[in-house]
Write a protein that binds this ligand. Sequence first.
Ligand SMILES: Nc1ncnc2c1ncn2[C@@H]1O[C@H](COP(=O)(O)OP(=O)(O)O)[C@@H](O)[C@H]1O
Ligand SMILES: [Mg+2]
Length: 277
Amino acid sequence: MAQAMLKLAHPGQPGQLSVPQTKVLAVKGLNKHFQAQNNVLNDINFDLYAGEFVAVIGRSGAGKSTLLHILNGSLPASGGEILHYPPDGAILDIARLSPRQMRRWRAQCGMIYQDFCLVPRLDVLTNVLLGRLSQTSTLKSLFKIFDDKDRARAIELLQWLNMLPHALQRAEHLSGGQMQRVAICRALMQNPKIMLADEPVASLDPKNTRRIMDALQKVAENNISVVINLHSVELVKEYCTRVIGIAQGRIVYDGQPDGLDEQVLQILYGDEIAQVH
Ligand SMILES: Nc1ncnc2c1ncn2[C@@H]1O[C@H](COP(=O)(O)OP(=O)(O)O)[C@@H](O)[C@H]1O
Ligand SMILES: [Mg+2]
């Protein structure tokens, strides 16, 4: 297994684009080990810029989900730094936040999952409004009290992803693709700076897969950095502006999706290569 980084050029590198790039995160020397397993992530380094649509790829067990969970603060890093550059204010190290700062960070980090994680018995509109909970007082959230501004925003988001006709339907009656669009709306209720998605299309048919990828592309076009774990190299090439390839917990590729040639894919997937096209 080649451990060297193959390519470093990516759309976020200074001088490559005429528009100035806003750095959102700098991941430096990030390591992760679990008690039972050492070096799940090993010396991970990358910068993330506003509006990038980044795919994280690699074979099963490479460390992709672990990376996303460390970025959103739900797993602690074992070493290294994750610096967040807020538009106004001091740089924060996500790996070293107080519990209060961490709650604020997690509110800025929208996350969606393969299995959507909606509340099945609640209607679509309420599920979207639940995205506001991290910014709502405990009492209000207990009784699900949302103000008109929140409702207007939730309706606007549902309209944006063509889900408004389903607003009053229970979430459990939706198709998988519809559920995932609701989950994206819910994450956007937090006004996130970053949207993380852990295999968000893994359980969807091709038509719904495209709808979700289109939706995430729209999110990135709104200057939110989208980082998504994906299995399909075709989708990466069609939608993403950048790809980070991980093998055995190390970044072995960071660059343009066009650069994913057979040599890189062989390093990333080895004998699983046939399953990724
Ligand atoms: N909570 C955990 N405890 C111990 N090992 C874990 C835990 N979570 C993940 N791992 C291990 O870390 C490695 C990377 O897992 P993961 O990030 O889920 O990979 P991927 O998402 O790329 O399939 C795997 O070997 C997995 O078994
Ligand atoms: Mg995973």
